[in-house]
Ligand binder design. Structure first.
Ligand code: ADP
Ligand code: ASP
Ligand code: MG
Length: 420
């Protein structure tokens, strides 16, 4: 029997009525004759509230206990949804991540899924039941409960879709799909019908939180098509799938922004081989994720290095950075939390020169200073002042006319060539 994984985000299960609405949708799919595995997030802002609660009793909550606490959010949602489905006359059974066989490494708060042993889920589906799995969580080899990082229910859903060989992974959320920019910031942003895993990977990595980056990574590795759509309407959403020859290739697929990073600048760094290696090796060993890096041209044997780290890691990173700066004989460390990053993503960038220049000109015309630039073959990112980010996103969206329909790249047509 065809199997589908349906994931419902926090807003979609935000209160009792919404849970009943989700139950109806799930039952409708099951009644069409498909096996349904449902993944749920915690209700509304439950995860944020639990984090705040932890902060009220502890300055540095123990990572194991914090994970134990946070996984409770998804447990509440899964049990309630199971009850609501039963009320509609269908059998359902809920599982925690651990019960569903989501095995992870030991990194509390950002665990990676290492294996999925979904026997209990498979058995439930074979018995005609609807299986409901708590998203965002798993279990480590030492049998400690772990969480997968913010937005992690998306990853649970894709991992289960791969294991169950589902025909698709449907991500139900509070917007109608993936847009050319966050529709809450750019009201004229356009919904995309389809985009490739690689384009979505860049958008997610650059901060478009509509899909968690690891979920997209997983989907790309296992070739899982993802359908991002609204839990409030039946409108088709956005398909994220393998790039094909005939897929429409927009020069630009969209803009992502990220206000969750902070900038660190180390000045007076001795300009000799091995210094950058020593600095970033130490940060990596301490588990600090460095994103953008820029090193200035050296003058008088010294240089400056700036980089960005997740703002949430700044407190734990600062003593490490201070220590390593001292070791390498740098002059000063300055941290700046008031930054944000804007990224322009598009596969067509590979073949269209001038995209970067146009982006920089647009920011300049809007009076927005660029502090760091980084690029990949299909992405350009700029760090700007945090309070300028929304203006930057709107200006760049406007300049590239992303509200208008696709500007298509020419795709060579085989049939034309054959008959040519
Ligand atoms: P859920 O709780 O359903 O997982 P999230 O809040 O994690 O929902 O993700 C959905 C949100 O992602 C939207 O409400 C929207 O504000 C934001 N978002 C950011 N970038 C985009 C984009 N390019 N397209 C659609 N939504 C986006
Ligand atoms: N509830 C978790 C969070 O808020 C996981 C998720 O929603 O995907 O990050
Ligand atoms: Mg999410």
């Amino acid at each position: 029997m065809a199997c589908v994984v349906q994931k419902f985000g926090g807003t979609s299960v935000g209160n009792a009525d919404r849970i009943k609405h989700v139950a109806e949708r799930v039952v409708r799919t099951a009644d069409e004759g498909r096996s349904v595995c449902v993944v749920v997030s915690a209700m509304g802002n439950a995860t944020d509230e639990l984090i705040e609660l932890a902060a009220r009793v502890s300055t540095r909550p123990h990572p194991r206990e914090l994970d134990m606490l946070l996984t409770a959010g998804e447990r509440i949602a899964m049990a309630l949804l199971s009850m609501a489905i039963a009320e509609l006359g269908r059998e359902a059974i809920s599982f925690t991540g651990s019960q569903a066989g989501i095995l992870t490494d030991t990194a509390h708060g950002r665990a990676r899924i290492t294996e999925v042993r979904a026997h209990r889920v498979e058995e439930a589906l074979q018995q005609g039941k609807i299986a409901i799995v708590a998203g965002f969580q798993g279990v480590s080899p030492e049998a400690h409960v772990t969480t997968l990082g913010r937005g992690g229910s998306d990853t649970t859903a894709v991992a289960l879709a791969a294991t169950l060989v589902a025909e698709a992974c449907e991500i139900y959320t509070d917007v109608e799909g993936v847009y050319t920019a966050d529709p809450r910031i750019v009201p004229l942003a356009r919904k995309l019908n389809v985009l490739s895993h690689v384009e979505m990977l860049e958008l997610s990595a650059a901060g478009a939180r509509v899909l968690m980056v690891r979920a997209v990574e997983y989907a790309r590795n296992y070739g899982i098509p993802i359908h991002v759509r609204s839990s409030f309407t039946d409108a088709p959403g956005t398909w994220v799938k393998k790039e094909t020859e005939t897929m429409e290739k927009a020069i630009i697929s969209g803009i992502a922004h990220d206000s969750s990073e902070a900038k660190v600048t180390i000045t007076g760094v001795p300009d000799r081989p091995g210094i950058a290696a020593q600095l970033f090796r130490t940060l990596a060993t301490e588990g600090i994720n460095v994103d953008m890096i820029v090193q200035n041209v050296a003058s008088e044997g010294n240089t400056d290095i700036s980089f960005t780290v997740p703002r949430g890691d700044l407190d734990s990173a600062e003593p490490v950075i201070d220590a390593v700066a001292k070791q390498i004989g740098a002059r000063k460390v300055a941290t700046d939390p008031d930054v944000a990053k804007i990224s322009l993503v598009g596969a067509g960038m590979r073949t269209h020169p001038g995209v970067a220049a146009q982006m920089f000109e647009t920011l300049a015309e809007a009076g927005i200073n660029i502090e760091i630039i980084s690029t990949s073959s299909i992405r350009i990112s700029c760090v700007v002042r945090g309070d300028k980010i929304e203006r930057a996103v709107r200006a760049v969206h406007d300049a590239f006319r992303l509200s208008e329909e696709f500007i298509l790249e020419e795709v060579p047509s085989t049939s034309a060539r054959d008959t040519g």
